[in-house]
Each structure stands twice: as C-alpha cells, then as structure tokens.
Write a protein that binds this ligand. Structure first.
Ligand SMILES: C[S@@+](CC[C@H](N)C(=O)[O-])C[C@H]1O[C@@H](n2cnc3c(N)ncnc32)[C@H](O)[C@@H]1O
Length: 282
C-alpha cells in the first residue's frame, strides 16, 4: 500500500498535498454538496491535474488561488471534472414499468391535461430519454400531453443530453421495438451513432440546476426522478433537497431515487412504495 502510494507520488507531474486535497474538497462540498471521501484522493488529483495543465499553471497552489479568484469561469470546469456521470438507458427498468403501468394511467384517469416529470441529475440524457420513450408510448390515445424538465449541474453532460446522439453500443439496452421507433441510425459520417427522434426532444427542456441551491419552477411536477445523485450528499444536504422536492411535487406526486438511496430518517413527507419509489403524503 505504502509502496503504491510512494510510486504514484514519485510519478506525479504536480505536487499534490493533503492540504490541497482538503481545500479543494471543501470547495466541492460548499458548491455542490458532494462529499469527497479520502479514497478519492487519486481521482481528484488526476482529474484536476488536467485543469492545471489546460490553464498552463505550474502547480496546485496556483490552481487553488486561480479557482478562488475566478470562481465564475473556473467553477464550471472544476465541477465538470469532479462529477460522476455514469448512466444508461432504462437503468433500473422497474421504475419505467411503474411509470407506464401505474403513474400514467392514474393521472390520465384523473383528467390531468399535462403530465410533468423532472429528471434531476440527468447526466448525458439516457434517463431523460428513457422517461420520454415511456411517456410517449404510455400516453398514446389519451388526452394527456407530457413534458420533461431535465437538469444537471455539469454543463458538459447537459450539452450531450441536449444533442441526444449516442454510439450504437450505448443504445443496446433499449428494447428493439422502442429503439426502432424513437432512434434514427446515422449514415455516412454519422455511421455507428444513433439520434433520438425530435418528436421526443420537442417535449423536453434541458437546464442547468445546482440541486443544493434553492430552485423554483412555474408548475409542480407529478414525478421527480433523482437517481444516483444524492448518494454523494451528506444527510443535511439531502434533507434540504428532499424538502424542496416535496414543495415541487403535486400532492401525492412521486419521487424516484436510485437503488442504493433511501429516505429513511431523511424525510417524513414521503412514504416508501418499495424499490426506492416514494410518494408524497399530504
Ligand atoms: C451518476 S449520475 C446519475 C445519472 C442518472 N440520474 C442515472 O441514474 O442514470 C449523477 C449526476 O448528478 C449530477 N450532480 C451531482 N451533484 C449535483 C448537484 N449539486 N446539482 C445537480 N446535479 C448534480 C452529476 O453531474 C451527474 O451527472
């Protein structure tokens, strides 16, 4: 273990101390609510060393000073370098089955005209388009239209989400009939890529939202997907966010979390329906 540590220290291009790590972790926490564990030391170094290089700085002292002086410009890069954006189409498929079989019929029969979903922490958009494909098919033949708000703090992934273009291997997890209907296969220079249909995109708005800052929307949502995002937040940050989610949902609206995220001991405004699906209680 020590050998490993010494080797990586010897081969590092820039000196990176515990003080640098502590300072940058604190900035990450204050700005994004993301708690950086000590075992992320190497990841932190390698991702931020790219920023030191890109800015043509000589060391991490200069980077910390630069970040503090140029918060507006550099914070976006800093956060983009640190966030974990892992996602896939129809990840945790039972959530989309629940949306299709339970939630959409419930609101359609209640006479809701516009069904609204927020995909919070949408990363590169796979979750958002999985929701969109589900809603487009589940609302067919009903009088209910649908809209999705998709948000992330990381502007790079948000740009990819908005473009909706994916390598073919990424769309493999989409069931074939769904894929055939909603994706266009690229030709010529776009071979090997698939593009999401504009029929879906026209119902989606992509916006940057930092979930640890107060937010407000014109309309309340019927469902909020916030999966694999709060896993990096401490309890206090999580509690504040969940209270804001409760305010942003209609009465009896649904909050869907990731498989390892729980509201147990975090909020009494929701009841668990199992499989990390929660319903607001009034
Ligand atoms: C692991 S991805 C989850 C993507 C998708 N929800 C899923 O489950 O497949 C986590 C996303 O949360 C975003 N995120 C982290 N902290 C955030 C914050 N404070 N505000 C908004 N988004 C945040 C990251 O940028 C990242 O794209």
């Amino acid at each position: 273990m020590n050998d490993k540590l010494h080797t990586s220290e010897r081969t590092r291009e820039f000196n990176f101390t515990q003080e640098h790590f502590a300072k940058l972790s604190a900035l990450s926490y204050d700005h994004t609510g993301i708690v950086v564990q000590n075992n992320k030391y190497e990841m932190f170094y390698s991702r931020l060393a790219k920023r030191v290089r890109a800015l043509k700085l000589s060391n991490f002292d200069q980077y910390v000073a630069y970040l503090e002086r140029h918060k507006d410009e550099e914070f976006t890069h800093f956060i983009n370098a640190l966030t974990t954006n892992l996602t896939s189409f129809f990840r945790e498929n039972h959530h989309f089955v629940f949306l299709r079989d339970k939630v959409v019929p419930e609101y359609a029969s209640a006479g809701v005209k516009e069904f609204r979903v927020w995909s919070a922490g949408c990363s590169t958009g796979e979750e958002t388009y999985s929701i969109a494909m589900t809603l487009a098919e589940a609302t067919e033949g009903s009088k209910m239209s649908w809209r999705i708000t998709a948000s992330d703090i990381d502007t790079e992934v948000l740009g990819k989400a908005q473009r909706g273009v994916y390598p073919l291997e990424r769309v493999e997890s989409i069931p074939t009939p769904v894929k055939k209907r909603w994706l266009l296969r690229g030709k010529g220079t776009n071979a090997g890529m698939a593009r999401v249909s504009s029929e879906l995109q026209k119902n989606i708005e992509f916006i940057q939202v930092n979930l640890i800052k107060p937010f407000s929307f014109q309309h309340k949502f019927h469902v909020i997907f916030c999966r694999n995002v709060v896993i990096y937040f401490d309890r206090e940050t999580k509690q504040k966010l969940i209270a804001r989610y409760a305010d942003s949902l209609v009465d009896t609206g649904y909050l869907i979390m990731g498989h390892s995220e729980s509201l147990h001991g975090v909020s009494s405004e929701f009841v668990s329906l199992g499989q990390t699906i929660y319903q607001k209680v009034t």
